[in-house]
Unconditional design. Structure first.
Length: 620
């Protein structure tokens, strides 16, 4: 009967490996596919040990038989591991057992499929899913999934930490259960719209409350996920944007405050601008601004009145449109100096005729206006009417000149009549008479010095000082002046330190005037240095110049007096017993500059001495 079944049952037509078993689990037939994967050549498997390796265990076979006898379904899928006859690779099979009832005999048809690779793929997928879930679970951002009704079915640890709830407290709740009431009304409709329009991108910002009732601002871009071509729910990555919202609020407050500040500053700027414009328009000085092409871009009312023209008749014009050619050319040269050097200049005084025919003397200051890169873009000019001042100066000069000349004549006579008896040629004088005559002599000399210095100062200021320049050895007048002053130094027992370079020091200058410079400075050093004090005179040649330094250890100069030391009649603090005209240093400075030199003063302060340093150009 079994042979009949073998002949009649087409087992080789089955595509999958298959064997036919009797109820005792004995293989009575197998197809080619089964024999090939087992490494057999169309022969039955008689070896019980081999059969045990590739067929289900007896316990599983009995289970199949029991299922069959209890009229349960006769098919069961299960998996076993087996080994190939040739080789040691383990294979995983999926078995399909079917009970056959043929001519009152029962057989089991066992088909199976190699599912080793698919199981490996399933294992990799399982590992990947574990890894993905681990990444999601450990993500710093909050991650959640909901069903299509918005109910949480998964939340990760970060979202729980963010909200202050446990997973058990969140899963099964609707996401809007955690929203603020005002946002719930806005967010829920958008959620349902996303379900109706699955391809539309969604971005939500919403406010919620943590478990401790602290407010939290969150953002998310939920996406729909599908299962079997149907919408199954939402995936969402949720981030805490509370710090950003706080920053936005601070920025809004700052912006509002900034707008108020800008508005206030704008109004203040407008007021300041109006004040400046009113001030500029009200000053009597002529004010204007020019561009690099020399065209006027601004003029004030005083400038318009001077020319007798309205602003529109001046703006856009140049000096050639307003002045005679010779004046215009001088003005353009001054402008070019300002634009090229970027420095403020005071131009020479100029006499012009105003619109009413009056002769006006103007003193002009021209200054550069620079951009943020330091480039000169415009020129600002301020011209002041100094006509009255010039007239007063002229009257003063005339008065001083007349007075000094009128004083000099009797003073010279007085000096002669005083000096003669003091020579002893008129016979012996009593001590009282001699003392009185010496007092008269000293005061006469001081008045003569004052008149001389006044005349020198006037000549310098008016540019009428004449110098009789000649080439000579500067050492000559240094030694003569020192020799003339030596008795005065000896009288106060002052220690004199002289340092002169060897050889000649050729200069070109006025011997008398250069001697006057040295005598003035030596006289000051002698007067302001106490008895037994030190005085030094140093002469050196530096960079083609002759530098003379006269230093003393005297009363020094206060810091606040340093800038006024060369001003005429300046009120410099000094002991009352020291007499002076207050013009000596002013005349000295003028004489040095008249020789093309320069003079400076240095002092560390009151009681610390002073140094006067002047440089003269060496003659070639």
């Amino acid at each position: 009967m079994q042979r009949l079944i073998l002949d009649e049952f087409p087992i080789d037509l089955l595509p999958d490996p298959a064997v036919l078993l009797d109820l005792n689990g004995k293989i009575i037939a197998s197809n080619k596919s089964f024999n090939q994967i087992q490494g057999l050549k169309n022969k039955l498997i008689q070896d019980r040990s081999l059969r045990n390796k590739i067929l289900p265990s007896r316990e599983k076979l009995r289970k199949l038989q029991n299922l069959f006898r209890s009229n349960e379904p006769s098919r069961l899928i299960y998996e076993v591991e087996t080994e190939q006859v040739e080789g040691k690779n383990k294979l995983l099979f999926e078995f399909n057992s079917t009970m056959l009832d043929y001519k009152d005999q029962q057989f089991e048809l066992l088909t199976f499929r190699d599912v080793t690779e698919s199981k490996k793929a399933e294992e990799e997928l399982r590992k990947s899913e574990i890894k993905y879930r681990s990444l999601v679970e450990e993500s710093a951002a909050g991650v959640a999934t909901t069903d299509m009704r918005g109910k949480f079915d998964y939340v990760n640890k970060s979202l729980c930490k963010m909200m202050g709830y446990s997973k058990e407290e969140m899963v099964g709740k609707y996401f809007w259960d955690f929203l603020a009431l005002e946002d719930k009304k806005n967010i829920v409709p958008k959620f349902w719209n996303a379900w109706r329009q699955p391809h539309k991108k969604l971005y939500l910002e919403f406010k919620g409350y943590r478990k401790n009732n602290d407010a939290i601002h969150m953002a998310s871009s939920p996406t729909l996920f599908m299962f079997k071509s149907k919408i199954a729910g939402f995936n969402a990555i949720i981030t805490d944007i509370t710090p950003q919202k706080k920053l936005e609020e601070e920025l809004r407050r700052y912006s509002a405050g900034l707008e108020d500040m800008v508005e206030e500053k704008t109004a203040e700027l407008a007021r300041s601008k109006q004040f400046i414009e009113d001030t500029i328009e009200s000053v009597p000085d002529l004010m204007y601004m020019k561009d690099k092409d020399g065209k006027f871009v601004f003029v004030n009312d005083a400038y318009c009145k001077f020319h007798g023209k309205p602003k529109k008749g001046i703006i856009g014009k140049t000096v050639y449109d307003l002045y005679q050619k010779n004046f215009a050319e001088d003005f353009v040269k001054h402008d070019e100096t300002v634009f090229e050097k970027g420095e403020t200049i005071i131009t020479p005084d100029v006499s012009l005729i105003d619109s009413k025919g009056n002769q006006i003397i103007l003193q002009t200051i021209k200054a550069p206006l620079k951009d943020d890169k330091g480039q000169v873009t415009h020129l600002i000019g301020i011209a002041r009417d100094i006509t009255e001042r010039k007239q007063l100066e002229k009257m003063k000069d005339q008065f001083i000149s007349a007075v000094t000349h009128e004083l000099q004549t009797p003073l010279v006579s007085i000096k002669a009549y005083v000096d003669y008896p003091l020579t002893g040629k008129m016979g012996p004088l009593s001590e009282n008479m001699k003392s009185n005559l010496e007092i008269v002599k000293r005061n006469t000399d001081r008045l003569l010095q004052l008149t001389g210095e006044l005349l020198d100062l006037r000549r310098m200021e008016s540019g009428r000082l004449e110098l009789n320049k000649e080439d000579f050895d500067y050492q000559e007048i240094i030694k003569n002046c020192l020799e003339e002053f030596r008795p005065l130094f000896d009288e106060k027992q002052q220690i004199l330190n002289i340092q002169l370079p060897p050889g000649q020091l050729n200069v070109k200058g006025d011997k008398i005037r250069l001697s006057q410079i040295l005598m003035n400075l030596l006289s000051n050093a002698n007067k302001f240095t106490p008895a037994q004090g030190g005085i030094s005179v140093t002469v050196e040649e530096i960079n083609g110049e002759i530098r003379t330094t006269i230093s003393d250890s005297g009363i020094g100069i206060r810091k606040e007096d340093m800038n006024r030391i060369f001003e005429p009649f300046s009120l410099i603090k000094k002991p009352t017993y020291i007499k002076g005209t207050g013009l000596g240093l002013s005349v000295t400075k003028g004489l040095v500059e008249a020789h093309g030199g320069r003079i400076i003063v240095k002092s560390k302060g009151e009681g610390k001495g002073a140094s006067f340093i002047f440089n003269l150009p060496k003659s070639k």
